[in-house]
Design a protein around this ligand. Structure first.
Ligand code: FNR
Length: 382
């Protein structure tokens, strides 16, 4: 029915066919009018590359480091909540695919599979993303669990003190409190492969949170508890105590402003991720790629800079690298892969991006990702 997926868009089509609508829409949505969600993607197309010819293009290398960790290309998997609802055991499968591909996987606080589930099924240290909840005892426990699981970095998300509103989730009843209706039964019933796989796993709720919330342990009660738990008072002082409690490599995620980037650099964290949460928080915010150059200029090498938002190809990764991101993250591209084909689909998403990155770099006349800088950019149209 579907031909071999050659692009991330092909994986997206397959995921739509395989995943129940409420969970597919959860991935493929942004806040309010989705203008920032769209801009993240379309602004990449406003950057032109310089084509070079008759330079040696043999023996190319995409290897680099992100916060000192060797990576096979400058791409990591971003933390995504409910990843295990795109496919049964989704976080475990994505982490295994990332490990095989030599890139970091980041597990979300709001994952279905827990820190311990993923640790049990992987060999390499993965990264753990932390949301700061009002219940600081719980936050401390999460940090300790990530340490015990030998996580390689803590990714602290700064841009979700309160939840942005996504219309598709409200329409689908994937809101708080969730409304489970005959429509959902229909949506699941028409996705039999997904449903069968889901029936075969015991991992079907927010397993990092089970046992902490006073509510019962089903997905909807935990979602209600969590939505009330995001801390609107989160401050730079909190970053200091989290850094101290964690004691390992720290990445600050969700910086979109040059002044905030300077503050972040002062915390002594190892990296920041220039990000607007994939257009899921402040609709009307600028795209991540358009903000990246001014943040790079503002911090002037004081802290390593990563970015995410809108990357759908290897060309996009190369453009981000050229504009100063040492590393990038993909969210939806691997979720589509996971929804479409499970672990194989995540591997496919990474393979697609790797191939595109390699060929694009060569056509720009470069053989090593470490040589990439603004010189390969012909024009920036924003
Ligand atoms: C996210 N994102 C996210 N970020 C985070 O820090 N913690 C989380 O739990 C989630 N959850 C989440 C769920 C889904 C379905 C999506 C699509 C995104 C944001 C994510 O880490 C990343 O910033 C964006 O996904 C990057 O944009 P692209 O690659 O999806 O365009």
């Amino acid at each position: 029915m579907f031909s071999e997926p050659l692009t991330i868009a092909d994986l997206k089509k397959r995921a739509k066919w395989r995943v129940p609508k409420m969970f597919y829409d959860y991935a493929d949505s942004g806040a309010w009018t989705e203008s920032t969600y769209r801009a993240n993607e379309t602004d990449f197309a406003r950057i032109n590359l310089r084509q070079r010819v008759l330079v040696d293009m043999t023996d190319r290398s995409l290897e680099t480091t992100m916060i000192g960790r060797k990576v096979s290309m400058p791409v990591a998997l971003a933390p995504t909540g409910l990843c295990g609802m795109q496919h049964a055991d989704g976080e475990i499968l994505a982490a295994q695919a990332a490990e095989e591909a030599g890139v970091p996987f980041t597990l979300s606080t709001m994952s279905v599979c827990s820190i311990e589930d993923v640790a049990e099924h992987t060999k390499e240290p993965f990264w753990f993303q932390l949301y700061v909840m009002k219940d600081r005892g719980f936050v401390g426990d999460l940090i300790d669990r990530a340490k015990a699981a030998n996580c390689g970095a803590l990714v602290l998300t700064l841009d979700l003190q309160i939840l942005g509103q996504r219309h598709k989730d409200l329409v689908n009843g994937l809101s708080t409190p969730p409304k489970f209706t005959p429509k959902h039964v229909w949506q699941v019933g028409t996705r039999p492969f997904w449903a069968l796989e889901m029936l075969q796993t015991k991992r079907r709720t927010f397993r990092n949170i089970v046992g902490h919330a006073p509510a019962s342990s089903d997905l909807s009660s935990l979602a209600v508890w969590t939505a009330e738990q995001f801390d609107p008072k989160l401050s730079w002082a909190d970053v200091d105590w989290i850094k101290e409690r964690w004691g390992g490599p720290l990445i600050l995620k969700g910086v979109l402003d040059a002044e905030d980037a300077k503050m972040a650099a002062k915390t002594g964290a190892d990296a920041i991720i220039v990000s607007n949460h994939g257009g899921r928080q402040l609709d009307g915010a600028r795209s991540s790629i358009s903000v990246l150059p001014e943040i790079v200029d503002a911090v002037q090498g004081d802290i390593e800079i990563h970015m995410d938002g809108g990357i759908r190809s290897g060309q996009d990764v190369l453009k981000a690298r050229a504009l100063g991101a040492k590393g990038t993250y993909i969210g939806r591209p691997y979720l589509y892969g996971l929804g479409a084909m499970g672990k194989k689909g995540v591997t496919r998403a990474l393979d697609i991006i790797r191939k595109e990155l390699d060929v694009t770099m060569a056509l720009c006349g470069k053989r090593d990702i470490e040589e990439i800088d603004r010189e390969i950019i012909a024009k920036v149209g924003f």
